[in-house]
Write a protein that binds this ligand. Structure first.
Ligand SMILES: C[S@@+](CC[C@H](N)C(=O)[O-])C[C@H]1O[C@@H](n2cnc3c(N)ncnc32)[C@H](O)[C@@H]1O
Length: 398
């Protein structure tokens, strides 16, 4: 019997509920698009998040398939609070046995933006007390906190007087894709890398180049997009797997519906001057199962010659720590010159937190976004490189 036919015997219509997908600053629009493509309803863009409604099937799909979500929350209670006593009282009204058992370990993450609540740690502490006391009253025993690998993660979000309590269905944040075994000095967050590629509208049909590829994050995320490999493909754990309502068959269905491709229709090319970076990228590409889709070279950007048919270049150059200002400006100028003289027909996208150095690229940005690489505010700029405009742009900056 066909798998999906077998599955039909089990399912009854699933209940819909509100879901919140958290993301990074600047990626809200593309996350909302991704959610729409998965079938989310009542989609609303928020600050660094998108809320929508969907059922358990969509919740699993969101975790497994969204490239630009950091975590997927399921709100379970919302109430008004003036102080810690209110908080304790309302948290106590939630039937926690619905979500966990005595032997379930848990962790509370509190985010507070309110004049009435100054310390997020104290909010987490009060919430923990209310949960533990409820179990103690009913059974004489209490569940334990685990700060490393908790079975369930509970989010408490207070904005002014409004408190939302959610379960984190992702567990470990979703940028931890599971392919990065070796760290590089300054690797991009995987969600940021995927967001940069999607913001640039690259869909795997034209050539992709990162000539300063470091640990290979952009190359891997690009290859996964081109080959339709789900971002959750390498993860063995999601928070929802520890929930009392976990439906293993439903998650198996979500995974079986993904159809990765065996070949891709463009070139993905990466290079770096550092042998250490090259080795790390090589390993990470292998771990992600995309080594066969990527040409990787040990090369100075000054020697990079791209395929003549054009395409896209997306990269993040060094941004200045450990490098003298003059050297950095002159490096950005070298990158700009290389682009002007060898990348006609390409569209280049450069992410950098060093706004002064970016000017030394010496080309006019045709699009700009603000993104954050960790705490660092970055400009993400598009430069279109035309054969005919080379002389003009050259002379403008001389
Ligand atoms: C900020 S890191 C890129 C990080 C990368 N996106 C990642 O996720 O790991 C910049 C990279 O530029 C490389 N680099 C610096 N100068 C270079 C040059 N002249 N040619 C090629 N690569 C260079 C460095 O070795 C470093 O790996």
């Amino acid at each position: 019997m066909h798998f999906s036919t077998l599955y039909l015997f089990k399912i009854k219509p699933l209940k819909k509920f509100k879901i919140i997908a958290k993301t990074l600053f600047g990626l809200e629009d593309i996350l909302a698009n991704e959610i729409q493509n998965l079938g989310g309803e009542e989609i609303t863009k928020l600050k660094r998040a998108v809320s929508f409604t969907g059922d358990q099937y969509l919740l699993y799909k969101a975790n497994y398939l969204l490239r630009t979500a950091i975590s997927i929350l399921k709100p379970i209670a919302n109430f008004e609070v003036r102080n810690e006593d209110d908080l304790y009282r309302y948290i106590s009204k939630i039937n926690w046995n619905h979500y966990m058992e005595i032997n379930t370990t848990f962790l509370i993450n509190a985010i507070v933006n309110s004049n009435n609540f100054k310390h997020s740690k104290y909010v987490a502490y009060k919430t923990k007390d209310a949960i533990v006391d409820q179990f103690r009253r009913k059974t004489g025993q209490r569940p334990s906190i685990d700060t490393e690998t908790p079975d369930i993660k509970i989010n408490v979000h207070i904005t002014n007087n409004n408190c939302t309590v959610s379960l984190d269905s992702s567990g470990e944040p979703l940028f931890k894709r599971g392919y990065r075994l070796s760290g590089h000095k300054a690797p991009l967050n995987e969600v940021l890398a995927a967001g940069m590629i999607i913001l640039a509208n690259w869909d795997g049909t034209k050539n992709f180049i990162d000539p300063l590829c470091g640990s290979g994050t952009l190359l891997i995320e690009a290859a996964m997009i081109a080959a339709n490999i789900p971002p959750g493909n390498f993860r063995t754990d999601f928070g929802f797997m520890n929930w009392k309502d976990y439906d293993e068959l439903l998650f198996t269905k979500v995974k079986s519906e993904a159809k990765p491709k065996q070949s891709i229709s463009c070139k993905i090319i990466g290079s770096d001057i550092s042998k250490i970076a090259f080795d790390i990228a090589n390993k990470n590409l292998q771990n992600a199962g995309v080594r066969k889709f990527v040409e990787l070279k040990l090369k100075d950007i000054e020697n990079v010659i791209p395929p003549p048919e054009g395409g896209i270049l997306i990269t993040n150059p060094p941004f200045g720590e450990r490098i003298k200002k003059e050297d950095l400006n002159s490096f950005y100028s070298t990158v700009g010159t290389r682009l002007k003289h060898h990348f006609a027909g390409y569209e280049a996208w450069i992410l950098s937190s060093n706004f002064e150095a970016l000017k030394f690229i010496g080309l006019h940005p045709t699009k700009k976004h603000i993104l954050f690489n960790g705490a660092l505010e970055c400009k993400y700029q598009q430069f279109k490189i035309y054969e005919g405009s080379r002389k003009k742009t050259d002379s403008m900056y001389k």
